[in-house]
Structure formats: structure tokens, C-alpha cells
Design a protein around this ligand. Structure first.
Ligand SMILES: Cc1cc2nc3c(=O)[nH]c(=O)nc-3n(C[C@H](O)[C@H](O)[C@H](O)COP(=O)(O)O)c2cc1C
Length: 216
């Protein structure tokens, strides 16, 4: 099946800015479609190593109690006005879907299970876009807040892969700079001396990050 419309969409797609996601939200039937598409991603071993939490309507304000508690616990002496702001995070768009990566027991590597969660995040974005909505994949502080995770019922197998903010775009996004393909792609053959590893342009390879590279 050829899908030229899909190709031109993928060549031009962009996230919407969080401040530009207005009402209306997708309908309930559209949300169900978006979630079904979100779960239709490559998943080595069929673990479905992710699950979704949907925040719509009043739930977006209700979760503010947990955001406030977590922020206050982890940032003592925060002024009440700042806590109010943090509590309203999910009100920035009419629909928010959390993707939780859940590591499952099995012979397939955790790394692959985590990658599958990223694919779920991106599919949710694309599905929303395909229905005419804007989307933005954010993590922000609450993804990494152990207090928030606990209050939401996550355990040590669970990590927030992202919060997908969805709404009707109020403006068209300007283009974002993309990497030069020549810097990140190698068409390998037996004579290839070195790979294009996408080092920042004009900067020498600075070596490994100071903290090393740790995967979970
Ligand atoms: C895993 C992940 C986490 C992100 N978290 C944040 C965030 O916390 N805050 C933010 O402003 N953008 C965040 N972003 C969004 C991006 O930085 C930016 O909106 C996006 O990469 C734009 O890409 P696009 O133009 O290809 O859609 C995140 C993106 C990813 C993939």
C-alpha cells in the first residue's frame, strides 16, 4: 500500500508548542482511536511493556493535588503561587496521556522494552496529528518525581516515558532545525574508515559524557 500523503506528512510534521494547544479536545471515539494506535507499535516479545493513563476534563485539575504535593515535598519553601502554577500543569491542553514504561519479566532486554515505550509515545502523537490535533511529548519534572510516581500508583518497574499533550493547534509551528543527514548517516561498505556519528558541527568529539553512559 502506497501512502504518499503519509510521506509528505512525515516530512513536514512538527510538535505544537504547549501554549498553542487549545479546545476542543478529541472526542471520546477519537481518543479511543488514538490509544489503539498508541498500542500498535513494535514490541519485541509481545510484552506490551507500557500502559497509558488518560487525563481529560476535570481529571486534569484533580491530578493537580498530586503535582502540588510532589513539588512541595521535593522543593521545600516553594511559594504558594509557584505551587499553584505546578498544580495546573495538565490544564495546559484539553487532553493529556501519560505513557508509562513497565519493565516486564522475560528473556528480552529491558532496553528493547523501553524503546517500545518511546514508539508508543510517538504513535500517540502521530495519531492525534492524523485526526487534525496538535501534540507535544513532554517529560518535565513530574516524570522523574518519585513522590508523584508513588502518588500515581507507579512502582519500581514503572517509568514515565512521557506525557502527550493533545489539543487543537491555535497556530502553525515554525520549522525547527534538523540535523544534516551527512553528519548522521553512513552508507557503510568494507572501505568505510569512520562512521558519521553526528558530533555537533564544528566541535571536536568531546569524548564520553563526564558521568559515563548508563542505561537504567
Ligand atoms: C522524551 C522527550 C521528552 C521531552 N520533554 C520535554 C520537556 O520536558 N520540556 C519541553 O519543553 N520539551 C520536551 N520535549 C519536546 C521536545 O524537546 C520538542 O518539543 C520536540 O522535540 C520537537 O520536535 P519536533 O519538531 O520534531 O516535533 C521532549 C521530547 C522527548 C522526545
Amino acid at each position: 500500500m502506497k501512502a504518499p500523503e503519509l510521506i509528505s506528512f512525515l516530512k513536514t510534521r512538527r510538535s505544537s508548542k504547549i501554549a498553542q494547544l487549545g479546545a476542543p479536545a478529541p472526542t471520546r471515539a477519537e481518543i479511543e482511536d488514538i490509544l489503539t494506535i498508541g498500542a500498535r507499535v513494535p514490541d519485541h516479545g509481545k510484552y506490551h511493556p507500557w500502559y497509558f493513563i488518560v487525563f481529560e476534563g476535570d481529571a486534569r485539575a484533580q491530578v493537580g493535588a498530586h503535582l502540588r504535593t510532589a513539588y512541595a515535598a521535593e522543593n521545600p519553601d516553594t511559594p504558594p503561587a509557584k505551587l499553584d502554577l505546578e498544580a495546573e500543569k495538565f490544564l495546559r491542553a484539553p487532553l493529556v496521556i501519560a505513557v508509562v514504561s513497565r519493565i516486564r519479566e522475560g528473556k528480552h532486554p529491558q532496553w528493547e522494552q523501553i524503546l517500545s515505550s518511546g514508539a508508543a509515545c510517538y504513535n500517540l502523537c502521530l495519531a492525534a496529528n492524523g485526526l487534525g490535533y496538535g501534540s507535544n511529548w513532554l517529560t518535565e519534572w513530574y516524570s522523574y518525581s518519585s513522590t508523584f510516581k508513588k502518588l500515581m500508583g507507579l512502582d519500581e518497574r514503572d517509568h514515565f516515558a512521557g506525557f502527550i499533550y493533545i489539543g487543537t493547534p491555535t497556530e502553525k509551528n515554525e520549522e525547527r532545525e534538523r540535523p544534516d543527514p551527512n553528519h548522521i548517516i553512513t552508507f557503510w561498505n568494507k572501505d568505510t574508515a569512520s562512521l558519521n556519528k553526528g558530533e555537533p558541527y564544528g566541535m571536536p568529539d568531546a569524548g564520553l559524557p563526564k558521568a559515563g553512559v548508563t542505561l537504567l
